[in-house]
Design a protein around this ligand. Structure first.
Ligand code: COA
Ligand code: ADP
Length: 583
């Protein structure tokens, strides 16, 4: 999406992404733009921009944006997964826009949008969207404490809020991968012998092995002699492309890169050893793994980065071509073969759950260990998106409890809001224990904790009274994801959504129903008062039923909120219900 910020008409139309600052249109102070014409020297022999060159431009634009906020030099800590939607040809223009979404302690999340422009047809395409993390470094090497970034527009507010969620996922990434790869389903056992589907025509992976050295020179580094992250990514992409080409004897197209994590710095004078090999091939794609190590003189090698890239080979009509099976080397090769299968599943889950628009994700996504982090992200993301909508209308108000409604895309959503004389942290603890909800919510007949996923995520089985007379009791399987604030000013969040669980399939006894998105957002008003908002988004199936009875529904909401308030007040002095929460 392109935002033209220098048009006053957008302000007049009330565009929430454009705000005025005095008599000038506000422009994000950390915004940095780069435009480059793709020349033959930036392209491969197919006259397409090399992804390595694009990564260098993206890293540079993002670094300049981070440095604008930090006012000191910054290094790339990580670049999240990138999915490339289009290739870019010689003669076309690449436009890159980077903004700092949020500053944490010494690190910042920078959002990077890449689009391509054809000057002759005046067409624009989205190429990719990425998030990079930069860490501010002082000249003396001391840890820097960054000033907070204050979001101004609605879009900035949403990105600011979601940056905290993405950071959580990023910092867990290494542990999640380790956990998953040690999981029995994905475990490689050398005694299993051959890998599935191999035959004599399989290509030995040894054929694809690449090892290449680079000497880090001053043009590859910043003024503090640290190697640019973009340069390292470009060198890694180069060896990965060679490995992929060796497998298919054709030109491969890079589709997806898994997160790059810069484990340690590299400087001018370092020798960088880049190693790549095809880990596995699937029907139409292959995974290439790359490892980068640095050393100087006699010192031992430092592991600075590892990445996994998915390539396709396109036929003349631009359709992915089937790829040959591979024959992995014994030991490490076999393990990587198996781990590539696990990563493929994780990538698919992630794409399905995270990248899809909320309305495209089915109501109940099956929960399993490999997708738990993405489902938890999706749960909180959906609630924050709903809370961030601007078109809420006040439907009724009673005893300072307000009911708002929002009708959008065939869904009807409710927000019920009031202030309670209970500290926000206390309300959060009490409300995030769903097993106690039957104490105040007459729509929760019974609630049982069935999986304690981790400290922040729990799965419950909820029974609610039947909606029709004589009908069956309804049941839900709900994932509750709770988040204490990341910084002061952030709310406490308890997000709820339906999931399916193989151990708890629907039964004859109950009518299994699904919840699209619901939950609490709790803001601290003062030390002893908090503002409580409960959100509930109904799915299209129940919309006709509900919209005919808004009045009945609002009286039940008001009743429930009153008893919720009562429950919080009565329990506010007792010890916490959930002892392991850190806030
Ligand atoms: N992704 C995103 N952020 C990360 C991260 C990752 N994988 N690992 C650490 N961080 C963040 C931390 O959250 C922390 O942020 P905060 O201060 O806002 O809370 C910040 O980095 C510093 O973390 P800390 O634990 O103090 O330091 P560390 O020892 O983990 O070092 C780096 C982190 C990034 C500074 C260090 O790994 C490094 O120097 N890497 C090389 C960076 C570089 O030179 N890049 C260019 C190419 S080589
Ligand atoms: P792992 O071996 O557990 O996958 P590494 O970080 O050691 O993790 O390596 C990342 C990837 O780099 C590997 O999956 C492999 O594809 C590639 N790689 C590692 N070592 C070599 C090597 N010696 N030769 C070729 N490629 C390698």
């Amino acid at each position: 999406m392109k935002i033209i910020i220098d048009s006053r008409s957008q302000v007049e139309r009330g565009d929430p992404d454009v705000v005025m600052e005095g008599c000038r249109v506000y422009r994000n102070p950390t915004e940095v733009k780069m435009s480059q014409i793709v020349l033959p020297c930036h392209a491969n022999h197919r006259k397409e921009l090399s992804v390595g060159q694009l990564l260098k431009w993206m890293d540079c634009t993002a670094c300049l944006s981070a440095e604008r906020h930090a006012a000191c030099s910054c290094v790339t800590a990580s670049m999240d997964d990138i999915h490339f939607e289009h290739t870019i040809g010689v003669g076309q223009v690449v436009n890159i826009i980077a903004n700092v979404n949020r500053a944490f302690n010494s690190s910042m999340e920078v959002g990077i949008e890449v689009s391509c422009e054809d000057l002759y047809s005046d067409q624009h395409w989205k190429v990719c969207h990425a998030f990079a993390t930069f860490v501010a470094r002082s000249t003396g090497g001391n840890k820097i404490s960054l000033k907070p970034l204050v979001p101004r527009t609605d879009k900035e507010q949403l990105e600011h809020s979601m940056a905290a969620e993405r950071r959580r996922m990023r910092l867990l990434h290494v542990d999640i991968m380790k956990d998953l790869l040690s999981n029995k389903t994905f475990q490689w056992s050398p005694s299993e012998g051959e890998c599935e589907g191999q035959n004599e025509a399989s290509v030995p992976t040894e054929k694809t092995r690449v090892e290449s050295v680079e000497l880090v020179l001053p043009p590859h580094a910043n003024h503090q002699v640290n190697t640019f992250g973009g340069q390292i990514m470009a060198w890694m992409e180069n060896v990965a492309t060679i490995a992929a080409s060796r497998l298919c004897n054709a030109h491969p197209t890079l589709r997806t890169i898994d997160m790059f994590h810069f484990r340690g710095p590299s400087q001018v004078g370092d020798r960088l050893i880049l190693k790549a090999i095809v880990n596995n091939t699937f029907k139409n794609s292959m995974e290439v793994g790359v490892c980068a190590e640095a050393y100087q003189g006699e010192e031992s090698r430092r592991h600075i980065n590892s990445a996994f890239m998915m390539f396709e080979v396109l036929d003349e009509d631009g359709r992915p071509r089937p790829l040959p099976k591979i024959l992995p080397e014994p030991l490490d090769g076999g393990r990587r073969y198996q781990e590539a299968i696990a990563r493929k599943k994780i990538r698919l889950d992630r794409k399905y759950i995270i990248s899809c628009k909320q309305t495209e994700v089915p109501l109940s996504v099956p929960w399993d260990q490999s997708n738990q982090v993405y489902l938890s992200y999706n749960n909180v993301f959906a609630l924050k998106m709903l809370a961030g909508r601007k078109k809420w209308t006040l439907s009724s108000e009673k005893n300072r409890v307000r009911l708002f409604t929002l009708e959008e895309n065939r869904t009807l959503s409710f927000r019920i809001e009031c202030e309670v004389n209970v500290p926000a942290a206390r309300a959060f603890l009490l409300l995030s224990d769903l097993c106690r909800r039957p104490e105040w919510d007459k729509l929760y007949e019974k609630c049982e904790l069935i999986v304690q996923v981790n400290e922040d995520d729990m799965i419950y089985h909820v029974l609610t009274p039947s909606v029709s007379e004589g009908g069956k009791v309804q049941d839900f399987i709900l994932l509750a994801s709770r988040r204490p604030p990341c910084n002061s000013g952030d709310p406490f969040v308890i997000a709820l959504r339906s999931v399916t669980l193989p151990t708890h399939p629907p039964t004859e006894d109950f009518n299994r129903v699904e919840m699209l998105c619901a939950g609490f957002i709790i803001y601290e008003v003062s030390e002893s008062v908090s503002k409580l908002s409960y959100y509930n988004q109904t799915n299209p199936g129940v919309l006709p039923y509900i919209s005919t009875d808004i009045a009945g529904l609002s009286s039940s909401f008001f009743y429930n909120f009153r008893s919720c308030n009562q429950y919080l007040l009565e329990n506010s002095a007792r010890p916490p219900a959930l002892s392991n929460t850190e806030i």
